[in-house]
Structures are given as C-alpha cells and as structure tokens.
Design a protein around this ligand. Structure first.
Ligand SMILES: C[S@@+](CC[C@H](N)C(=O)[O-])C[C@H]1O[C@@H](n2cnc3c(N)ncnc32)[C@H](O)[C@@H]1O
Length: 341
C-alpha cells in the first residue's frame, strides 16, 4: 500500500500560476504537498505559501514542512473557509490560488478511511472525520428517494433506484458499515445487468456519489469560487484541477460567468447598454482546458481524468461594500438556484 501522492499537471500548474519570487500563493488542497513544495521551490525568501486541507493526515504531513520552511503556513480548514484563514493571518490579497480537487491517493489507499471498494474498511469516506456524517450514517438515515437522487446526480448511476431499494432492504436486516459489504450489495443488486464500461467495478459510481455527498464536494466548489475573487490581486491567477465532469462543469460555468460583465447575469446583459459603460468583469479566461500529456498519464493513471482551468483577476474593482452582492449575483449566474449553504 502506497501512502504517497503524485501531483498531477505539476509543470502546467506552475506555468499557469506564473510564480513571482516574492508572491503569496494559496494551495487550498495540500494533500501531501506536491504542488506546495514545487511552488515553494520557485519562491524567494519573501515569498509565501498558505496551504489548507481538511484532512488530519494532510495536516500531519504539512506540520513537518512547516517546521522546515518558515515561508510555509498550514491551516486545517475546509477551503470555503479560505477568506477567514487569510483574515486570521492578516493577509488581504494573494498572487495566486490553486485548487486540486477530489481525493488524494493516500485517502483512497488507506482502507481505514473507507473510500475504497477494493480494500475492506469502515464505511466512512469523510475527508474531515471530525465533521458531518459518515457514508454509513447517511445510508442508515436517508430515505430511499434521497439515496436514489444522490446516486443518480452525484454518481450518474443508471441503476440508482435498484441500488437504493437494495440498500434500504438490506439495512433493515443489519446496518451497512463496511465498504466490502456495500460493494457486494451493489454487485448483487445489479445482478446480470452490465454497466456501459465493463472495465469499471459495479460499485464505482455508488462510491463516487456517496463520497461527493458526505464531503459536500460540489457545494464546497460553489461556496469558494465566488468568494475567492475579492482576495485575488490584479493579475493573480486562479488554477483549478477537476477530476470528473460534475466538478469541471461548475468550474467552467463559474469562470465563464466571472469573465462576463455583470457576472454573466442574463437579465442585466440584455439591457441596452453601450459597450463603454459595461463594467469590466472580475476574471479573464486564460487559454482552454488543459489535460495531462500522454507520458504523464502513462506514468500516473490518475492524471487521465484531470482537467486544469485557469483564469486571471482583472483590474476591475470589487468594491468591498458590494462584495456580498457581487458574490451573490455571480453565484446565481453560475450555479442557478443550486443549494450551497
Ligand atoms: C487531489 S488531493 C491534492 C493533492 C495535492 N495537490 C498534492 O500534490 O499532494 C485533494 C486534497 O484536497 C483535500 N480537499 C478536498 N476538498 C477539500 C475542501 N473542501 N476543503 C479542504 N480540503 C479539501 C483532500 O482532503 C485532499 O487531501
């Protein structure tokens, strides 16, 4: 079992962030610090990296780095709390932010964390085991309809209804508390029905869906992105790596909206305003989506699904007094009425 993590798209991230030697950079997803260390290596004495991660094991790895390098600071927190973390350290604006979404290899590989259908362990799946409910608790509490919806929306699982029915029937006999128990239950409920991708374990989509649910993964993306803008200096870069289409869709929509006047608000965009009076949008898109090259995918199969999107903060003012309105408008334009709280 390997408990290390190979950072994906490393050179592409460094190029995207255009590291300045004395800049301040935020790594919102420290993991095992592959990206943080590479950023530090390009910084001079005055540069800084502020890293966050909600996982206690990431915190242990970061503590060692903090002791060695005074330019590095780690705070265990959810990345939507980034504005508070920056405020606590009296940092107002930064030169770049990286989010490398999803789970780290050590989280998957450590059976005790309950992320894997390959290794039996307690059915937990929380990146932050100190908050929220485990996957086992969710499956015990939720109604059949809610389980169906989670599997359908977060796992894009065609057989969501059959799997949810099997879960609800099984939990009447005994709680579903182990990853192997859930994987066997899913396989059994699907019976002879073959998934589109026959290379994929039948439990893959169910596990993905539960992981997204218990970690509020999509909500966290929707919470953090609009709030980040106020903390980016003019010219600062925002780089986000996603690993599946549900995440990438949110990042793409957000960046597109933030790169249009009025945050892409359709009603305001329809107003008959002259080009000259349109407000400058807060972000500018940088290039197209970037994917890993073949040699990286061959060396690190996790890189196969990685998509990096980059945007740059413009000089447009996000008036402090109206930031809450701007954030709300951008949120509504990018994500509609999706619940975030
Ligand atoms: C793909 S890994 C990052 C790997 C890292 N770039 C490296 O090179 O080692 C994602 C990390 O982000 C953390 N994470 C995911 N969502 C988070 C959130 N909303 N808040 C804080 N940390 C989060 C996970 O705990 C995990 O350690």
């Amino acid at each position: 079992m390997s408990l290390s993590h190979v950072p994906v798209l490393l050179n592409e991230v460094l190029a995207a962030l255009r590291i300045r030697r004395d800049g301040v950079y935020v790594d919102g997803t420290f993991g095992r610090g592959g990206h943080s260390r590479a950023i530090l290596a390009q910084l001079g004495e005055k540069g800084r990296v502020i890293a966050l991660d909600r996982d206690p094991d990431a915190e242990s790895a970061a503590s060692a780095l903090m002791q060695k390098d005074a330019r590095f600071l780690f705070q265990r927190a959810w990345f939507s709390e980034m504005p508070d973390v920056l405020a606590a350290h009296a940092i107002h604006e930064v030169d770049g932010v990286l989010l490398d979404l999803g789970v780290s290899s050590p989280q998957i590989d450590d059976a005790e964390r309950g992320f894997s259908f390959r290794h039996d362990g307690p059915l937990d799946m929380r990146m932050d085991p100190t908050r929220g409910e485990s996957a086992a608790a969710f499956l015990m509490r939720a109604g059949q309809q809610q389980i169906t919806e989670v599997l359908k929306h977060y796992g894009e699982e065609r057989f969501a209804a059959s799997i949810a029915r099997a879960i609800v029937e099984a939990r009447q006999e005994r709680p579903i508390e182990r990853t192997a128990q859930l994987a066997a239950l899913v396989a059994q409920s699907l019976g002879a029905r073959v998934h589109g991708d026959w290379h994929q374990d039948p439990a893959t989509r169910t596990f993905q869906a539960l992981r997204i649910q218990v970690n509020e993964e999509l909500k966290e993306i929707m919470r953090v992105l609009p709030r980040l803008i106020a903390h980016l200096k003019t010219g600062a870069r925002l780089a986000v790596i996603s690993f599946h289409s549900l995440e990438d869709r949110l990042v793409k929509r957000f960046m597109r909206c933030a790169a249009q006047p009025f945050g892409g608000d359709e009603t305001l965009l329809r107003l008959p305003l002259a080009q000259a009076v349109l407000p400058e949008p807060p972000l500018r898109l940088i290039g197209r989506a970037i994917r890993a090259r073949e040699d990286e995918v061959n060396a690190n199969p996790r890189a196969r699904s990685a998509v990096l999107r980059v945007a740059e903060r413009t000089a447009s003012s996000w008036d402090r007094s109206s930031v809450a309105n701007d954030v709300a408008r951008l949120h509504a334009a990018a994500f509609g009425n999706a619940e975030v709280a």
